[in-house]
Design a binder for this molecule. Structure first.
Ligand SMILES: Nc1ncnc2c1ncn2[C@@H]1O[C@H](COP(=O)(O)OP(=O)(O)OP(=O)(O)O)[C@@H](O)[C@H]1O
Length: 129
């Protein structure tokens, strides 16, 4: 709960605790958000195929697209949760905030989906050759 700008809370740098916080956030996103979990599963399957076929550039491209998609999806989920926490009723301002956040996630999903489709067809071509 320490805020480095306000100088409140526990002092010191705790790398292990930071890693645990990241793992916890990732667990929440993958476990409770189906739209994140199925995308992660699809990415991991494609990454495994690229790894086995030694397609390193494709592997890195999918890693980058997956990371971008995950970042946008998780920020979107966090913004949605915050909106729902502060406003439980219909509110036009909340609608605007959520729509902008969803659009950002949508752009990253579009990129991720395009890259995955291209990569899957490339892998298919390599396997059939
Ligand atoms: N309190 C609210 N007031 C006005 N509009 C809202 C409100 N909550 C949600 N909406 C509208 O409904 C849309 C969907 O919001 P919601 O919170 O259900 O997310 P979602 O699209 O279901 O996301 P996810 O699938 O990740 O849960 C928003 O983009 C917004 O347009």
């Amino acid at each position: 709960m320490r805020n480095k700008f306000l100088g409140t809370g526990e002092k010191g740098y705790h790398p292990i605790r930071k890693i645990m916080v990241c793992i916890s956030g990732l667990r929440y996103a993958i476990r409770y958000d189906f739209s994140v979990s199925y995308k992660v599963l699809l990415s991991i399957s494609t990454l495994v195929a690229c790894f086995l076929l030694r397609q390193w550039i494709d592997f890195l491209l999918i890693m980058a697209a997956t990371a971008l998609m995950l970042i946008a999806e998780m920020f979107n989920s966090a913004i949605e949760a915050l909106c729902d926490f502060i406003e439980t009723h219909e509110n036009h301002k909340i609608k605007v905030i959520k729509d902008i956040s969803a659009a950002a996630a949508g752009i990253s999903i579009l990129l991720w989906g395009t890259i995955l489709i291209v990569e899957l067809s490339r892998l298919w071509a390599v396997l059939c050759a």
